[in-house]
Each structure stands twice: as C-alpha cells, then as structure tokens.
Design a protein around this ligand. Structure first.
Ligand SMILES: *[C@@H]1O[C@H](CO)[C@@H](O)[C@H](O)[C@H]1NC(C)=O
Length: 230
C-alpha cells in the first residue's frame, strides 16, 4: 500500500500546474476580452494589409484565433506518445513548456507589434504544448502514483484544467486584466505556472515505470521509486 508522500504530492502538483492548469487557462482566456481582441484584429489588419476588414473577415480571424489552438492541440496530442517514450514523461513535459513560453511571449508582444499573426501563431504553438501535455500529465501522474491512489492522481489533471478555466475568467474581468491595455498580459499569464513548473519539476524523479521498462535502467528506476515513496 503506497501513501501520498511529500515528494509525490509536489511532483503531482507542479506537473498539473505546469500543464493541465495552463491548458484550462488557455481554453478559457479568450472569452472575456473577445471585443478587445476583435478591435485589435481590425486595427492590425488595416496596418499590415492596408485594407478595411469587413465584419465578416474580423469574425473569421477571431474564430481562427480561437480554434487554431485546437489544431495545435491535436498535433501535440498525436506527438505525446512518441515524446513520452523517447524522452521520458517528465522530460517531455518540461520540453513542452518551451513552446508554451514562446506562445506566451508572442501574446505578450502582439499588441506592441500590432501583429495579429503573432496572436494566431502563439495560439497554435501554445495549443501544441497543452495538447501534448494532456497526454503526458495523466500518463506521468498515474505512473508515479502507487496503485491505491492512482485514480485520485489521474483526476488531478481534469481538476487543474477546470481551475485553469475558472482563473482565466476571473483574471479576464474588466477590473483585473480584461482591459484594452492589459489583455496581452492576460493572455501571457500562463507563463507564470509554466515557469513555476520548470523551477520545481527538474528536482523530482521521472516515472519509475518508464525508467525501468522503456529505458531499461534498473538502478535509476529504483532511485526514482525510493525518492517518491519516502
Ligand atoms: C474597424 O475599425 C475602424 C476604425 O479604424 C472602424 O471604423 C470600423 O467600424 C471597424 N470595423 C469593424 C467591423 O468593427
């Protein structure tokens, strides 16, 4: 019978923060600043292409910005299995934070650069990151958890995701970050959980199952198992 050790709890918490939470956040974050971003798409299209976009075009660009996240997500989800086996659950998860942060940087500067292309590219890239994470986090969590708490561990992913959506709605309120000057910052906010995950997760072990079965490294697997069960 395993128990929830401190190492296990910290690993699970930061894995969920670093990806499940950000996934939820990016799913919901465009809701509140919809009209601000539509204005931005309008202005940015005029500046870059010298045309006055019709309402239809703006609506198209808006839908495109929202949904390309899912296209990136599909690509990421397809890559998750390969990445997880090739690099290990934890390392793959950490690697996926790189595109996540690139996406956040693109969001943060898109208004400054007056570039809707940056917004759209950022949505695709961060979608890739979060899509891959949806495969990686549950895999990692269920593999490091002892059998008797495995179910509870798997649920963490969904829980963190929902909390991410909630927080994105709260931060998106006009009184907080849902304003004309601050919406790029709102979108870039998921950099905070990404970075907190990068600061903590490297010090915790990868899945013992992966180390043993895929990598064939008995010693490392034993060390990892010891670390998380102490
Ligand atoms: C786009 O912006 C211009 C002002 O630059 C405005 O006159 C126009 O109504 C806007 N278009 C839409 C569809 O909101």
């Amino acid at each position: 019978m395993g128990r929830l050790t401190k190492a296990l709890a910290i690993t699970a918490f930061f894995a969920a923060i670093g990806n499940s939470f950000t996934h939820g956040f990016n799913t919901g974050v465009l809701n509140s600043p919809e009209f601000l971003i539509k204005d931005f798409l309008n202005v940015s299209t005029q500046a870059h292409y010298g045309i006055m976009p019709s309402e239809k075009l703006i609506r198209f660009l808006w839908s495109f910005s929202v949904s390309i996240y899912l296209v990136g997500g599909c690509a990421g989800a397809f890559s998750a299995g390969f990445l997880a086996d090739r690099f290990g659950r934890k390392k793959a998860l950490l690697m996926m934070i790189v595109p996540g942060l690139i996406g956040d940087a693109l969001f943060g500067f898109c208004k400054l650069a007056n570039s809707m292309e940056m917004l759209i590219a950022g949505r695709f890239i961060i979608g890739f990151s979060c899509g891959a994470g949806s495969g990686l986090v549950p895999m990692y969590l269920t593999e490091i958890a002892p059998v008797n708490i495995r179910g509870a561990m798997g649920v963490l992913h969904q829980l963190a995701l929902t909390i991410g959506i909630l927080i994105s709605q709260l931060l998106g309120l006009r009184q907080i970050l849902g304003r004309e000057e601050t919406w790029p910052l709102l979108l870039a906010c998921s950099a905070v959980p990404f970075i907190s995950c990068v600061c903590v997760l490297p010090f915790y072990p990868d899945s013992p199952r992966w180390l043993l079965v895929k990598k064939g490294n008995e010693e490392e697997a034993a060390t990892a198992l010891q670390k998380i069960s102490r």
